[in-house]
Design a protein around this ligand. Structure first.
Ligand code: HSE
Length: 412
């Protein structure tokens, strides 16, 4: 059986490496006579690369070759990945992708195309890098009514926050290091502005709750505004700041879905997840809480998940997997303003003591936070839990303050 890889970047070259390195095992596990990488599609050339002879720049080579039964898409981005993948599925080729943008935006449509042509469209590597999460959710936990998922879904931002918290490194320095390590997306704003985590939680929510979730409907905030002052106040509160993506099923048939930095208590399973590691907590009615932990980014961990899908496609070449991923709906995602949580607030004011006493009264009790060497006009507090819209209205009622930072507080 022949395979093609589209996109010879970090993940694509990792896939080629794993296919070559573990060739014999992969053939055995695929139950095939052979598994060969036949083409690598890329606009660039790779002089001296071990796979230089496989590189083609013309997509038609792949689509017109009937011996290519499985195509791996590791190009990233929506276009032309979407057009190429759709054409492959329509041509009766199974597709494996690590591209979360593609799956989050077009998952429902591409699964339908795969179904129509009796082939597979698999995307284990699109969430959590090398961590098995798509299969556990759709197979191992299938007996459960999953009502909530929350996690650290972006390795780059977790790495950056860890460097800020533990090494006192500044944001730019930590981002450059993440990029050098090959964690960051082609466009790092996808990581640091939260879009990558948003796409991943959209995929998980669609799989857990059965309806397509549009990334644009998910309230998404990145980590670019987090300062070392916030890190210190989080420590005083009793935790750390993490970029948390969460989705929850509500009794009214809607869901909440939010990506944002959040205070996480030291005792939480998510608080100790550092560096490039990801952790995903899944809450099911029969199993309770399960946490999946591992390397969420990087060449070989992600290639590991891609190649596992290639093997799955080869084994199930005549069957197809149905993920029960239905069409999306307007107003399916409830506004974050109606979601309940507590907020951390950092402010400056000429009359800090009065501002804190007003906050106590308006919120009906706040926890005042402190940090060493804070400027005299800076204050911080944590509110009680309430609907976020109500909390923000109350915050606006405190006179004479400039709000410098607002961060959600989780209960995970
Ligand atoms: N840029 C992504 C991350 C890669 O840092 O998590 C894996 O999806």
């Amino acid at each position: 059986m022949n395979i093609a890889v589209m996109g010879y970047g970090v993940v694509g070259s990792g896939v080629a490496e794993v296919l070559a390195k573990n060739h014999d095992q992969i053939v055995r596990k695929s139950r095939q006579d052979d598994m060969q990488l036949k083409y690598i599609l890329d606009r660039r050339t790779f002089p001296g690369d071990v796979n230089e002879h496989l590189v083609v720049s013309d997509f038609s080579k792949i689509i017109e070759d009937d011996s290519v039964k499985i195509v791996v898409e590791t190009m990233g981005g929506l276009h032309p990945a979407y057009e190429f993948v759709l054409e492959c599925l329509n041509a009766g080729k199974s597709v494996v992708t690590s591209n979360k943008e593609l799956v989050a935006e077009k998952g429902c449509e591409l699964l339908k195309a795969a179904q129509e042509h009796n082939v597979n469209f698999l995307f284990e590597a699109s969430v959590g890098g090398g961590i098995p999460i798509i299969r556990p959710i759709t197979q191992c936990l299938a007996a459960n009514d999953i009502n909530e998922i929350a996690g650290i879904l972006n390795g780059t931002t977790n790495f950056i926050l860890t460097m800020m918290i533990k090494e006192g490194m500044d944001f730019d320095e930590a981002l450059r290091l993440a990029q050098r390590n090959g964690y960051a997306e082609r466009d790092p704003s996808a990581d640091i502005e939260g879009h990558d985590a948003c796409r991943k939680i959209a995929i998980l929510a669609a799989l857990c709750f059965g309806k397509h979730v549009y990334p644009a409907d998910i309230e998404t905030e990145g980590i670019t505004k987090i300062t070392l002052a916030d890190v210190d106040y989080a420590a005083n509160w009793g935790g750390v700041i993490k970029l948390i993506a969460r989705a929850k099923k509500l009794e009214n048939g809607k869901i909440t879905a939010i990506v944002s930095p959040a205070f996480v208590e030291y005792g939480s399973q998510l608080a100790g997840v550092d560096d490039v590691f990801n952790a995903i907590l899944v809450r099911g009615d029969a199993i309770g809480d399960v946490v999946f932990y591992g390397r969420g980014a990087g060449k070989l961990p992600t290639a590991s998940a891609v190649v596992a899908d290639v093997i799955d496609c080869a084994v199930h070449i005549k069957e197809r997997k149905d993920f029960g991923w239905g069409e999306g709906e307007e107003n399916y995602v409830q506004s974050y303003l109606d979601t309940e949580n507590a907020l951390y607030v950092r402010f400056t004011s000429d009359n800090k003591e009065k501002a804190l006493s007003d906050a106590q009264e308006i919120f009906g009790g706040v926890k005042v936070l402190e940090r060493k060497d804070a400027p005299a006009n800076e204050g911080a507090f944590a509110t009680p839990v309430a609907k976020e819209g109500d909390l923000r209205e109350k915050l606006a009622k405190i006179d004479g303050i400039t709000v410098e930072s607002v961060i959600r507080i989780t209960d995970y």
